[in-house]
Design a protein around this ligand. Structure first.
Ligand code: URA
Length: 434
């Protein structure tokens, strides 16, 4: 087969065969197709779309690009979650320990930053020494020993997703239903999940701009999971404003730790407890969502979830003392706050603008495999609907470059819109697809 024929076929709106998709995925994984041709195909798919059959074929080809984990010799039932990506989305760092502390082991394969969205692995690497690079035996052993593992795509697990993911990050080809569905579901299927909770974000800080788009993505992934025999549920969650207050790798880890300790922003905690509740429900821990959410709350209040998180950090080589003393995380050189110049109500906090601004500060990548600056980002302690008085804090920028600091301060002011009259708060969730 010739790669150029496959690119041209999709560019002209054609339907790729299963053989063509599998050939491309395998050839790209082993380095026979260069990045520039793979990027051209991603862009053709972005514009021309894939139908359901092509999407399923792409998912399966990515799953089969590596090994598939069967964890049943280690734990009886494997439950997993994945977010479609959003700004300030540090959910995994809280949900995974909550669920594990309720007696349901979670072994998760996460990703790095993608476009405007931060990535769990980048966030966790704010903790010096912590590594997501585990061999399959190490993954299983840790899951058995402490019931909690957080790993990345590896040379053996969904390797094609690892390569395509970092390529899409920097080629403007993230926001496509088929590419996102195949990327997420291939990781979940390869990691051997029996039950999957999908956190599909919608809005200005997500890859799906409207609830209709998010619904299509949710249905596509739920269908793929269900057809593969996995219990799959998707929640459509708002991502017009950042989740929680912190945006940026270290800042988000600190916020996740604060949340596990019983603090943290209310919207973020509500989000985490709901996702954890759905995971525990699928795992059969109780009969109703209210009951499983209560189990998750108890796991936090009794300090068990925090302990789990610390154990995972330690086991994966990270400096666990930072969990006890998060003030010791390395801080950015410039930390500057901006204050309201007027009274009023917050009408918008544009999550997308904050996400891209964080990338510009160095918190995400502009080119493939670029090192990132973990310390930079924003704290925006506001939510849509809040009443603010002149002099109240609007946000704090963390930067390591004076020029970028100035740009970020201007971005922050532009991303926040005001109203003179009361504004309704945004919902946490729109709907559930199962
Ligand atoms: N998360 C993923 O793993 N892949 C995507 O494409 C988007 C979010």
């Amino acid at each position: 087969m010739r790669m150029v024929d496959i690119i041209e076929k999709k560019r002209d709106g054609g339907e790729l065969t299963g053989e063509q998709i599998t050939w491309f995925v395998n050839a790209y994984t082993v380095g026979e197709v260069p990045d520039y041709q793979a990027a051209a195909l991603m862009m053709a798919i972005y514009f021309q779309a894939m139908n359901r059959r092509e999407t399923v074929d792409l998912t399966i080809a990515i799953v089969e690009s590596g090994e598939q984990l069967d964890l049943h010799d280690t734990i009886p039932f494997v439950v997993d979650k994945h977010s479609s990506g959003g700004v300030g989305d540090k959910t995994t760092l809280v949900v995974q320990p909550l669920v594990s502390a309720c007696g349901v082991p979670v072994g998760k394969m996460s990703g790095r930053g993608l476009g405007l969205s931060g990535g769990t692995l980048d966030k966790m690497e704010s903790i010096p020494g912590w590594t997501p690079n585990l061999s399959l035996p190490e993954f299983k052993e840790q899951l058995k020993d402490i019931g909690l593992v957080l790993a990345g795509q590896t040379a053996t697990l969904a390797p094609a997703d690892g390569k395509l993911y970092s390529l899409r990050d920097v080629t403007g080809t993230v926001a496509n239903v088929s590419l996102i569905a195949a990327s997420i579901m291939s990781k979940k299927l390869a990691a051997g999940a029996d039950a999957i909770v999908l956190d599909v974000k919608v809005g200005k800080g997500a890859f799906m701009p409207t609830v209709e788009d998010a619904r299509e993505l949710a249905h596509t992934m739920v269908d793929i999971g269900t057809d593969a025999g996995r219990k799959t549920v998707a929640l459509i969650a708002d991502m017009n404003q950042p989740l929680g207050y912190a945006i940026g790798n270290t800042l988000e880890v600190k916020e996740a730790i604060a949340t596990l300790k019983g603090g943290g922003p209310a919207d973020f905690w509500e989000h985490c407890v709901t996702i954890a509740g759905h995971m525990l429900l699928l795992a059969g821990k109780a009969d109703t969502l209210e009951e499983t959410k209560e189990l998750a709350r108890q796991a936090r209040d009794e300090g068990k979830a925090l302990q789990k998180f610390k154990l995972m950090v330690e086991r994966q080589g990270g400096q666990a003392s930072l969990v006890d003393a998060p003030d010791n995380f390395r801080q950015a050189q410039f930390v500057e706050s901006l204050y309201a110049q007027r009274n009023g109500f917050i009408a918008e906090i544009n999550a997308g603008a904050f996400g891209w601004s964080c990338v510009q500060l160095g918190g995400g990548r502009q080119v493939k495999n670029e090192p990132i600056d973990h310390a930079v980002g924003f704290i925006v302690p506001l939510k849509v609907g809040d009443q603010v008085e002149s002099g109240d804090i609007l946000g704090t920028v963390h930067a390591n470059d004076a020029y970028k600091l100035a740009a970020a301060k201007s971005n922050l002011l532009q991303a926040i819109k005001w109203s003179d009259t009361p504004v309704k708060p945004l919902p946490h969730f729109y709907e559930t697809v199962s």
